[in-house]
Structures are given as C-alpha cells and as structure tokens.
Ligand binder design. Structure first.
Ligand code: ATP
Ligand code: MG
Length: 161
C-alpha cells in the first residue's frame, strides 16, 4: 500500500527526471492499523518535498521499508539539496520553511511536515529527519505493527495469515 500512495505522483516525479525506487526484504504481510487517506497524505507530503527540494540532476528517491516485531519503519531517502544542521530541528514545526530565500521560487506554506507529524503521532508512531546539507535528506517514520496469529501450526496444517 505504501507503494500505491505515490502512484498518482509518478507523472510529476518522472517529469522532474527523478527515479523513485522501493526497497524491502520482508516477505510476510506487514499489517498496520492506519487511516488510509492520512497515511497517503504523509507519504505524498514527504515525497513532494523530496521532489520540490531536489534541485539537481539525476535525482533519486529511495523508499526503504523495514520492520521488527513491534513496528514498521519507512525511510524516504533523497539525494537533494539537504537541510543545514541549524534548521533541521525545526522542519516539523508549523509554518517553518528552511532557507526561504533559496526556496521562495518553489513556494509552499511550511505545513506539509507538520501535518505528517501530527498524523504519525496520532497513530502512535514517531517521525524524524536526518540530513546532510548538499547531500540529501532522510525522512523516517514508524507505525505500530500488528502481529497476526499464525493458525494451524500446532495441528500440522499449513499456517496461514
Ligand atoms: P508545504 O509542504 O506546506 O507546501 P513546505 O514544503 O515548505 O510547504 P514542509 O513540507 O513542512 O513545508 O517542509 C518544511 C521545510 O523543510 C521546507 O520548506 C524545506 O525547507 C525543508 N525540507 C523538507 N523536506 C526537504 C527535503 N526533502 N530536502 C530539503 N529540504 C526539505
Ligand atoms: Mg512540503
């Protein structure tokens, strides 16, 4: 489902010459309880930023999905302009726009990440950023994982989820 979230943005992404790739090693179904529309909003806000603040050729966005017993972690990595260390702590604040002078042409109201943070926290998850100016940005968030009981193992049937 996470991959479906960005489907509608595929056109914008391709037009910007950016390659978006999904990566995961996990084969079993990952189940989270989340509001579909809101989860989609989180993904589109993050990916929209990666596209908007790319400002380079051969841009790439890589989405990594990992999980442990308790939670699923989604990392959206871009190789764009990055965010300086002194501005990074504020990017989830409402109306905050890092480097307005440089970004004024791109527009925006500084709401995207504040909304994403509110949604993720409402779901009991966490969201944070890592960035190196000039190299790129990672936005990571977690969602609580729901473990589905495997049935049938004890009486020799094939387990199913
Ligand atoms: P809006 O999302 O409301 O259109 P916005 O994109 O400016 O406006 P946010 O999405 O909240 O607001 O992002 C806040 C600021 O963080 C941005 O203005 C930008 O400076 C910086 N930022 C966010 N994501 C990235 C990224 N992937 N690369 C570089 N800078 C980023
Ligand atoms: Mg934004």
């Amino acid at each position: 489902y996470v991959a479906d979230c960005t489907e509608e943005m595929q056109f914008d992404i391709e037009r910007s010459g950016i390659t978006l790739t999904y990566h995961t090693d996990i084969e079993e179904p990952l189940i989270v309880i989340a509001d579909r529309e809101n989860l989609k909003r989180v993904m589109t806000n993050i990916v929209e930023n990666a596209v908007k603040y790319m400002k380079r050729e051969n841009g790439t966005i890589d989405v990594y999905i990992t999980a442990n017993q308790e939670m699923v972690t989604i990392k959206v990595q871009d190789n764009g302009q990055g965010i300086s260390g002194d501005r990074l702590p504020f990017i989830f604040d409402i109306f905050y726009r890092a480097d307005v002078s440089r970004n004024s042409a791109t527009g925006g109201s500084g709401l995207g990440l504040a909304i994403a943070k509110r949604i993720i926290e409402e779901h009991g998850g966490r969201i944070w950023a890592e960035s190196i100016e000039g190299k790129g940005t990672n936005i990571l968030f977690t969602l609580k994982r729901v473990q589905v009981e495997k049935r049938g193992e004890e009486n020799g049937e094939n387990p199913h989820y």
